[in-house]
Design a protein around this ligand. Sequence first.
Ligand SMILES: Cc1cc2nc3c(=O)[nH]c(=O)nc-3n(C[C@H](O)[C@H](O)[C@H](O)COP(=O)(O)O)c2cc1C
Length: 190
Amino acid sequence: MKMTKSETQVIGIVGSPRRNGNTEIIVDSIMEGAREAGALSHKILLSDLKIAPCRACNVCTKKGSCVQQDDMDGLLDQMFDSDVWILGTPVYWWGPTAQFKAFLDRWYSVNDRSQFRGRNVILVIPSGGAGEYSYGPVRDMLERVIKYLGMNHVKTILAPGIGGKGAVGSHPEILDSARRTGRDIANQHP
Ligand SMILES: Cc1cc2nc3c(=O)[nH]c(=O)nc-3n(C[C@H](O)[C@H](O)[C@H](O)COP(=O)(O)O)c2cc1C
């Protein structure tokens, strides 16, 4: 979907395969806040897309795009048309979900890394475990990627100790903070 350039464009990417789960609920709250401040937003559910894992063939380093014909090129276009990226994945075995990791690995095919620079990124990471021990590795990994690519890390929203489907719905403090984060970034963005 091509959008007009006057409003702040927010893309919310949900890496959980669980529909209406904690990741999606938090991503929705951020987008709601952004819309309250006049932004446009749209949501992508990675589990609805076909995104094959990177094959490390390195053809992209010459061709400038991936040889695999799936939904990733279209998604990258939508991302680069957006000012704010919300990237959400729950913790699965101290890592992101398989869907999210395949998506992330395919960023490798973008030769012009300057396209990442300065992008506003909000991370969303729910975890069944309540402590740093559970969510730390995913947070570290994603924050390192953001730093490496020179992106603007707006905030990481954690939802520790929240395992059941939709359980974050009874944590207004997390959802309020998510909505505020969306509102603030949309207000700050020209
Ligand atoms: C396959 C699988 C692996 C998981 N591994 C972990 C884990 O290592 N640490 C943890 O804290 N939670 C783990 N969880 C719990 C999820 O992170 C938690 O339920 C989260 O809220 C799910 O978010 P969602 O509702 O958006 O899918 C795991 C869940 C699944 C299904």
